[in-house]
Design a protein. Structure first.
Ligand code: SAH
Length: 344
């Protein structure tokens, strides 16, 4: 029988499994603490359980622990990028960023991506599979072990579309915030989506209190459909209505991500359209200088972002510009995994 992924289990499921093994229910809590607070990678480390029980656990379960295949540390800032190998050989990326208020980790939610955004490296070689909740938790625990730092904030902005792996992402968030485990407040979590409208509505029902980031990147349907195929299914108008429903239901402000691209989405017309789209909507706009991807021609000139920021300000939109971290280590989604795939 195949071993079960123990990191992906809710405490209640672990309790049921432990009772079925003929052990006392409270043992599940001990194991949950070892897994999610002490971040052990082997059952032999669970020293308050009998050796016999530890052996039986290792026959029934495995602890997912991504192995660092490559680590790139920025010489410009404290950003560290990990290329992790999973048990089936799949590769994903995780980026640890240092801010004055603490460390934030950018995790992947899928191996590859189906969404086809033109400027993004994650999508070039297509989609391979979804990550399990345990593989998402494993990225946090492995990065903390490898760096010796504590992760205070989390962004679901690595490889993949989190709302295209909805069930596993929800499971991950519930285990992450379980008080008997890590107990992380989901207020410190941002989830970024390219705009899967029905799943935005589902997420609103969860009452997580997390920050929803929506990758907008263009202000009219013809341009957005060109660079983000998802727009053909869920056009801007539908997306904006879902965002407004999300705000009304959760009381949380949405962040719109906007990768500023020369000659594509940073002119006066785009600023006018953005002002019309966001009129009366209490939200946050974050401008991102596009990270050049070798296979693509998209670029951001040195001044384009600030010029566009001024155009927006003149129209009443106060946008922030994202600090570029790890620009010397290919820190944009999917770039490192892509490079490795090309070499092998
Ligand atoms: N699929 C999700 C999350 C992963 S991408 C989403 O689309 O939001 C995380 C963010 O990085 C998104 O805003 C995405 O559009 C942006 N991004 C992807 N490639 C980029 C690049 N080359 N330069 C700048 N931002 C990029």
């Amino acid at each position: 029988m195949a071993k079960r992924d123990i990191l992906s289990l809710y405490l209640s499921e672990l309790e049921a499994a432990i009772v079925q093994m003929g052990e006392k229910k409270f043992r599940a809590r001990q194991i949950f603490t070892w897994l999610h607070q002490r971040k052990v990678t082997d059952f032999s480390e669970m020293t308050d359980l009998s050796i016999q029980f530890r052996e039986r656990l290792s026959e029934e379960f495995y602890i997912c622990s991504p192995i660092s295949v490559k680590t790139l540390a920025s010489t410009l800032d404290d950003t560290v990028k990990y290329l992790y190998g999973l048990s089936d050989g799949a590769r994903i990326e995780t980026v640890l960023m240092s801010y004055h208020h603490g460390n934030s980790l950018c995790i992947s939610t899928q191996v590859g991506c189906k969404m086809g955004c033109q400027f993004c490296a994650s999508t070039i070689a297509g989609y391979v599979r979804d990550l399990t909740a345990g593989e998402m938790l494993g990225q946090i625990y492995a990065s903390e072990r490898n760096s010796g730092r504590t992760v205070g904030g989390l962004v679901l902005m690595g490889i993949g579309e989190p709302l295209d792996n909805y069930e596993n992402v929800i499971r991950f968030l519930k285990i992450l915030s379980a008080p008997e485990g890590r107990g992380m407040s989901l207020r410190h979590v941002s989830l970024s989506t390219c705009g899967l409208v029905p799943m935005i509505d589902c997420l609103a029902q969860e009452e997580f209190g997390l920050t929803l980031s929506v990758s907008l990147h263009a202000t009219n349907d013809s341009r957005r459909s060109e660079i983000m195929p998802v727009n053909r299914k869920y056009p801007i108008d539908e997306l904006m209505r879902a965002c407004k429903r999300y705000c009304a239901k959760t009381g949380r402000r949405i962040t719109f991500e906007y990768a500023v691209i020369d000659g594509v989405n940073a002119d006066v017309r785009a600023a006018d359209e953005m002002a019309a789209l966001l009129k009366g909507f209490s939200c946050h706009v974050n401008l991102i200088p596009v990270n050049p991807v070798k296979e693509r021609s998209f670029r951001t000139g040195r001044d384009t972002v600030y010029t566009f920021q001024k155009l927006l300000a003149a129209r009443g939109i106060n946008a922030t510009v994202r600090r570029t971290l790890g620009s010397d280590i290919e820190a944009a989604c999917g770039q490192l995994r892509r490079e490795e795939a090309k070499i092998n």
